[in-house]
Every structure is written in C-alpha cells, then in structure tokens.
Design a protein around this ligand. Sequence first.
Ligand code: GLA
Length: 669
Amino acid sequence: MDAFRRRVGGFAFGGDYNPEQWDRSVWQEDMRLMREAGVNTVSLGVFAWASLEPEPGRYEFGWLDEIMDLLHDHGVSVNLATPTAAPPVWLTQLHPEVFPIMADGQPFGFGNRLHYDPSSPIYRDHAARITTKLAERYSFHPALAMWHISNEYGPTAYNEAASVNFRRWLQRRYGTLEALNDAWTTRFWGQVYTDWEQIEVPNIPRTWMNPARRLDFKRFTSDALLECYLAERDIVRSFRDDIPVMTNFMRFFRHADYWKWAPEEDAVALDIYPNPAEPDSHVSAAFNYDLFRSLKGGQPWMLMEQAASAVSQWKLNVVKEPGRMRLGSLQAVSRAADSVMFFQWRAGRGGHERFHSAMLPHSGPDSRTFREVTDLGRELKLLAPVAGTTQRAQVAILFDWDGWWGLEEVAGLPRNDFSYTDTVMRHYTPLWERHLPVDVVSATSPLDGYQVLVVPNAYLIGDEGVARIEAFARDGGTVVMSFFSGVVDDCNRVRPGGYPGAFRRLIGAKIDEYWPARPHEVFAVEFADGRRATATWWRDDLHLETGRALATYADGLLAGRAAVVENQYGAGRVVYVATLLEQAALDAVVADAVERAGVRSRFEGVPAHVECSVREDAAHEYVFLLNHSADESASVPLDGGTDLLTGLPVSGQVVLGPLGAAVVQVARA
Ligand code: GLA
C-alpha cells in the first residue's frame, strides 16, 4: 500500500467509472473533467462482464484497452475490477443453476446483480476464466494500480450446490458426524444425522430452526463467499504480486465475517452511505470507520464508495446539504481512511441508479456538486502528509459476527427483537461524544495496550473470547459489559452453571432468570449517589456474589435488587449493566468507568457535535476538528500547529463555522 500511496501522491480520489455505458465522445469530456476535479484513481469495470464477453468465449477487450490507455495518459490510476458481481445473461441461460435460490425457495432471476450462488462450481469456473483473461491482459498495463475483486460480496444461496459445499465445510469443521450431532444438539426434536448426505442448507424459513445449524450456515455462507474472493485474488496474484488486491465491504454488513476476510486483503475498503435525513448517521459512520481501521490492526483503510449527494436506494433520498459531503469525507479521513472515492464518477442516464448522485451530476460541471467535489480534490492534496498515518486508542469495543448471528439469526431467545448494532451504538455513542478514540476488537483480538474494554451484549462467545476478557480484567483492565452476555457457547448451547455462564465470576453475580419487560413497562433505577434514571425492555433477576450494586431498582418486583453491578476481578474492575438504561444513564455509566480507568480525552469540554480525532506518525500529529452542526459555530482551544486546509498557524483556538473543519498539523516535540 505504501507504493500505491506514493503513486497517487497521498490520498486516492475518484470513483466508480463506467465508460461502457457511454460513447467515446463522452470519454474525452470525462478525462478533461477528471483532471479538473483532481481525480487520480477510478474503479473500472465493476459490472462489465457482459461488455467484456458478450457471448460465451467471445471477448471484447478493445474498449477496455482504449480506456485504460486514455486514463493512463491523463494520469489516472486504475483500480481494475473483476466483473464477477454481474454474470451475463447468457451464462444464466446456459446454466440456470448459477442463480441463487433464495430463502423462499425461488431462484433470484435475472435483472438485478449479485445473481450467483457462491458455491456453484459453474459460477466459480466462469469467474476464474474471466478473471484470468483480465489478468493476462492487464497485469502489466501501466494504469493498473489495484485489483478490485468483484463487488460487495453478499449473496446467500440455498441451492443444491450450496448443500454440497456446506457438507464439505461441516466435515472440515467437525470431522465426524458424532461431533456434529453433539455440536448441534440434534437429540432435541430427534434431528440426529446418520449420514453426511442427509444434511442440507437450512432452507425452511417458515419454521423454527436448529440454532446451531443456522449459525453454522451463516459461518459457511461467509466462508463460501470468501472462497470466491480468494480464488480470484490468487489468480491475479499469480500474474503479479506487487499490485494491492481488495474487495469492497459494506457498513454493518451482517452476512460476511469481515474479521475473517480482512487478513486476506491488502487494504480493507468500505462503501458507506450515511443517510443525510438521519441526524445521527455520522455517529454510526464513525463506528464503521473505527471498525475498518481496526480490521487490519490500525492500518489505514480505503473509503471506496460514498455518495456525492443523494442516493437512490431508499424510499426518500435527500441531498447532502452544501458542505456535508466535504465534512463526511474529512470524517472518514480523520479516522484513518487513505482514500475518498465515490459511487460514481458520472451520473447514469438509465438503470435503477439513474437518480443516484455522482461526482459529475446530470446538471454537468456547472453545478454545486461538481464544485464541491473539485474543492475537495484540491483540499485532499493539501492533506497529503496525513496519508499513511494512523490512530491510537486506549478504549476498545467488542464487535463480533458470531455474536451478531447468535442474537439475530434464530428465534427462541427470551425476546426476539434484539438489534446488535443498535446496542453497539448505544455503547459507542458516549465514547464518541466524549472524543475518546476507540478501536474495535473481535472476540479473539489481542487486548494488550487497552485500558477499557466495552462488551455490548455478547450473547454468544467462544471459550477463547471468554478467556481473553477474563485475562484482560485480571491484569487490571476495566470491562463494561451489558446484559445477556456470555450466555451460550459457540455452538449456541447454554453455558452450564447458571447465567451468565461464561461471566458469572467476572461480574460477581448470578442471574436466576432473564426477565424481558412487557411492552411499555418502565422501571425506576436509583444509583448509589442518589441519581435516578429509568430502564425498560429487560431486567436480569440478579443475585450478587462478589459484586456490589452501583444502582438498584427502585420499584417493581425486583425493587432493591441490583441493576448495575461493579466487581473487582483480579487487578481489574468490571461494570455490568443488567437492564436497558435510558441513554443518558448508560452514558454516565460508560463515562464514569472510563474516567475511573484513568482514560481522559484531550478534548474534554468540547461540545459533542464537534468531532475531534487525531491521526499520527513519528513526526506529527494531525488534529481533525469537524463541526457537524449546520447551525452553530464552535471554537476549540488548541495551541500551536498549522491548519493544513488554510495554511494558517493556530494559536489559542480554532474557530469552526457550521459544518466547518480544520486539520491541524502539530510537530512532535
Ligand atoms: C453499492 C454498490 C454500487 C452502487 C451503490 C449505490 O455500494 O457497490 O454499485 O450500487 O451501492 O449507492
């Protein structure tokens, strides 16, 4: 990636480019306007299979040769996509079995994209063939700077080929049928398997499902997609191994375990479309940016797609008001993105996304969006020294796909309306509002160097994860954990010894029963210092062992019993929240735990809507100050350094207008 950064001179800036949708006169205008906007990178050919191979075995590379040359002549690097996210119609006619069978038993059909079963050997053969052709032809083209493998891997398929592949996957995982029957608790409802051939993908959506089988199917689907990625990656690498390879991931995407994928990528890349109509969408964007930085252990990541203004996928697609796109782009950069890329360069005339904004909108270069894009391109050049730098955090938050699947993929829980991402965001928001840098960790990530670990609703967690969390606390760390954690093992089986099986010693309490609340039930909670708050949705019937109550219920059948527990565990401290506290009260619990752990933000007192974060390298810090308010100005005390966006020195304070931003370079002493 260092070579890539050098090649683009810092930040990659550009977008998806679909010249196959336009005639050549437009290409010339594209080159001119890309130069005007400062574009240095495009993602090319993402869905172009039908244009590259219009009939089986008949290739048309002429147009791609031409555009690769043209881009190179105009100083634009190419992130060349394998077009395998959109198999051509002839392929699906010849082999209808490549269509994914959906959960309702129906084939996906032709007319959208991502219409493939990742386990289909036919799909995989054809994908390998077109990938090989592209790699043969373009691996040494001077425009090639990166490989973009397929697009947004995601289909779940219930085909016969998926069942065959699932069985193979299960044989690798369990070795024997006995082990599988045990892991899946198949004595329940007499589901015992006596032959591997009896096992199929769990395609019975209208009924209750064996929770371990369903969980393994999620793991398998992620792995089947990953196999597709790896096959194409290995083909392009076999031609040349010094070109970075990536695929584009999505925000809060439930169907692929990105912890497992990330090590296989040279850079992780995110497509994200924060909804401008949602006032807090920038906070969940911040979480996703922190996740993406963390996926490869703190390395810079790539913002691969975002919208220049409105999107077209929702019921209501509002524009990004003036300044919002710039601020959102700088926000990604502030959390270690090393690129700002868009979907797409030029707005399309037809097709489903004809009203999706683009760097170059339908109204042409004389437009607000194009002016803002061009300004951003100029600003990113000023920020070039920031590229390659990273971020450090003392607080980590657990985010794990197994845990997510455990909570949301199968019924049969005490309540069945959990939202894992909402819970994670409830715990992340107080940290974000206090300008505390946060890394995201998986259940099996190393935890050295952190002072605080936040564990939101880790219902399903394997033994290794449990041991890591215990060791972290024992060695002096602070753990903040919320209810319904540590309940089942990685086969979705309740852990023995009373709830919360895995964490009873850690939290210093035993839970007799889980008490989901009735609709509209509200409970009063009183903290030891007299503060009162409300709680809803859930209570643990909790009995203290070594822990002590930080807050108790002030009414209801559990009056006087603990709602928030603190426990000394080894040299560490554990805070366990046994109910759904109103947000302000949860904020206070999280903030207090962090403060008592000795972690402080250097931006204490700065209003929450001014996002503050720092990238750094050995020589400099880069302080990003981003005012998310469209109405209010803000001033942040800061002494020394130079605002790279204005070139002006900073002394005493930085004043930010509505949606204003500053990036202050401070030399290390
Ligand atoms: C995704 C896809 C793009 C496009 C955008 C629209 O991220 O990768 O092809 O459909 O969404 O927002």
